[in-house]
Design a protein around this ligand. Structure first.
Ligand code: DAH
Length: 340
């Protein structure tokens, strides 16, 4: 029967056109041409009424099944094309720099650390890293710190449970300062060295407004020929001006560290410090690397000179943002974090 024989080829053509529609506009047009009010397939359905009683049921069934198939093809192609339209026209270049953080913010300590690192990078310092679980050798002995030094006391330092038969100086501990990384870097590479080390340190302090059992430091180490204290002072001054503004003044006060000679504490002042009712604020320790430290790592102290410093990141962040309680940094209270 001619009518029945027409259904399948028409359906096949319609399906091919729907599936091949290149875009959404073309798809809507194809839909109109076949199953819209004046579509070719709709016309076929209208002819159903002209069929005889015997022909009608079979033809009706076939046509309805075909229509269902065409509608399903339409929906499927529409979804495909909508997805395609939503995709970027150009391939994504993952090497481009990011524009804007889509969600959330960096922690204020991370922001301050990034700024410090950026300032040091401008003058040629590289970032180095070392373990937070250290041994006594790298944390103390190699830094010329004698066995009876108070910093080594178990009242001040977190020691890890001893292994069955520890070698001398291999007791493990949580590093009390980032100075241990000075040793690790010098053990691994010959001079010259120009590094900074941001990292977490641990001390057996009870938490109060200015102390916490863990905090962060930045260590610096510069080793080369003819390095002097004036290089050290110039570098520290440059970095603090980058961080805190051009009104910053620093001064060096003689001090004692076993791994530097001479040693200094660095005091810092600017309008903020004055506003706090103070003249100077102690901000860091530093000095010229002790010849004994160079001997220990195998650098010739007759040839190489160097300086080192270490300061607390929380201290600088508190000063910069006018925060008076260190514990706020670790509580992750969104009301606090949102402000930075
Ligand atoms: N490690 C010292 C501390 O934790 C800070 C320090 C002082 C680091 C003098 C140094 C330095 O590199 O030369 O208080």
């Amino acid at each position: 029967m001619a009518f029945l024989d027409d259904i399948d080829p028409l359906k096949q053509t319609a399906l091919a056109e729907l599936k091949g529609a290149p875009d959404l506009a073309a798809l809507e047009q194809t839909k109109g041409a076949w199953i819209g009010p004046n579509g070719k397939f709709t016309a076929l359905m209208k002819q159903l009424g002209t069929l005889s009683k015997e022909e009608k049921p079979a033809a009706g069934k076939l046509i309805n099944a075909a229509k269902v198939e065409l509608e399903a093809a339409l929906v499927a192609r529409r979804e495909e094309l909508e997805l395609k339209a939503a995709l970027p026209k150009e391939p994504t270049d993952f090497t481009l720099p990011g524009r804007r953080r889509a969600l959330g913010k960096l922690h204020p300590l991370t922001q301050v650390t990034d700024d410090i690192v950026r300032a040091f990078r401008k003058i040629g310092f590289a970032v180095a890293d070392g373990p937070e679980i250290e041994d006594e050798y790298h944390c103390f002995d190699a830094l010329n710190t004698p066995a009876d030094h108070p910093a080594r006391d178990s009242q001040d330092t977190f020691y890890l449970a001893a292994t069955p038969s520890p070698e001398p100086n291999t007791s493990r501990l949580l590093r009390t300062h980032t100075s241990s990384v000075q040793i690790r870097v010098m053990e691994k590479q010959p001079p010259p060295v120009r590094i900074i080390v941001p990292g977490r340190v641990y001390r057996r302090d009870n938490a109060d407004a200015t102390h916490n059992p863990t905090f962060h430091q930045i260590e610096g180490l510069y080793v080369d020929k003819n390095v002097t204290v004036s290089d050290l002072k110039g570098t520290v001054e440059f970095v603090f001006r980058e961080l805190m503004g051009s009104d910053v003044k620093i001064r060096f006060r003689p001090h004692y560290f076993s791994y530097t000679e001479p040693s200094y504490e660095i005091d810092f002042t600017n309008a903020l410090v004055k506003k706090m009712g103070k003249d100077w604020l102690e901000i860091a320790g530093c000095g010229m690397v002790h010849p004994q430290v160079f001997e220990t790592v195998g650098y010739d102290p007759e040839v190489w000179t160097g300086w080192a410093f270490g300061f607390g990141i929380e201290r600088i962040a508190m000063l910069r943002y006018g925060i008076n309680d260190i514990r706020l940094f670790y509580e992750n209270d969104a009301r606090f974090l949102k402000q930075f």
